[in-house]
Design a protein around this ligand. Sequence first.
Ligand SMILES: N[C@@H](Cc1c[nH]c[nH+]1)C(=O)O
Length: 434
Amino acid sequence: MKDSLKSIERKLPEGMRFYLPEQAEVITSLAKKGREVLKNWGYQSIFVPAMLPYDTVSKGLSDENVRQYYKLVDYRGEILVLRPEMTAAIAERLVGEGKCEEFPGRYQYFAPVYRHETIQSGKKREIYQLGAEFLGANKFADVEILMLAQKVLLNCEVDNYRLEIGHIGFLDQLLNELDISPKKSAEISGALARRDLVSYRQACRQLNSDAADRLMKLLDLRGGCKVLNAAEELMPVRECTSVQQLRKIHRGLKNLGLIEKVSYDLALTRNLDYYSGMVFEIMSPDLGYNICGGGRYDRLIKSLGGEKIPARGFAMGIERLRLVKEKLCLTDNDRQEKILLRCQDLSSLKTSVNIAEDLQELGYAVILENSEKLVGEAAQKKCKMIIEVDNSSEKPFNCWKSSFDREKRAESGSAENSRKFSRAEVIEYVDGIS
Ligand SMILES: N[C@@H](Cc1c[nH]c[nH+]1)C(=O)O
């Protein structure tokens, strides 16, 4: 059995895996909690097709980005891409629908995306993303997005994280003020985007000493809000819009009491080409990579044929969040409790379904079963209660609490401890022990 399981896993493409009920239930519950937060803040659901035309996805992206994507060919020979992320496709669709006039628009989604991540780090290539996009102008939109990313984590009861905020414009301005050639600038930003610090340092060493010095110091601009002062000092001119924008965000988050887990990293870049301003990542010390990423993408809508409209958003890896919870040994408190309903013949079926629906309204999952063996064994470990239905009796429900304690299993699972109930009495009894 184990060997055949191993061989199924071996046959899967790298970075893919099955999620069996134990894990799948946690993923579903975390996604639900996250979606609830977004819904309460007015974020409407949106679905993106799993396969997208190659042209749509590759527009405005570097070759390196496109190389990371899964490509397929359909029956006509058209090249398709398995959605690698949702933001660009959503923006393009909204532009096409003429929705820009109705902005600000708030959208949310939950679905897997596919990328050739380096699996050595433990990353998967099927990433279950919960995302939020805020398109349109609004004074507090950046703060709202950063607040929501944190509120999603809070609602999922994860508070061991760091929110690192940077700004794409800072390096751009620095390279510009230092008069670095476009070719060299691309080399430097590229190395930083890949987090290839060896190439970054090498490229910097080839510049004049002042430029090299400043660009090397950029790597140290990490930490609390004091880093923003140091960043301004590093810029050869006084005016530094990116830092001013980060200060504004800082004031907003501080005002909301959401600054405790925030730090700044002026060398932070994201591995997607559309970002144009503030960018951020949420890191968990329990995982070697980020669980959430996002930022501003003000040029994307225009590049897709719309107007220049500010936009920002994030995507959270819900499976990554599950791993964090697992590493912290945090269980998902929201797991639905089960009641096992034993119905042995057709004459009791309708009564069973009726009582099941009443119990479901109380929040329980109800499992309809007829085998004695199951009722006596596995069910007791997983179900809070067992109810036997016998429609020939006036009080058709025979109920007993099942124990989670293996030692007491025989005793608590025995029908001797059971009591006969009417429909109303069952509900009252179950409600009482909930
Ligand atoms: N789509 C980005 C996250 C994001 C959403 N909005 C802005 N950024 C990603 O997959 O990493």
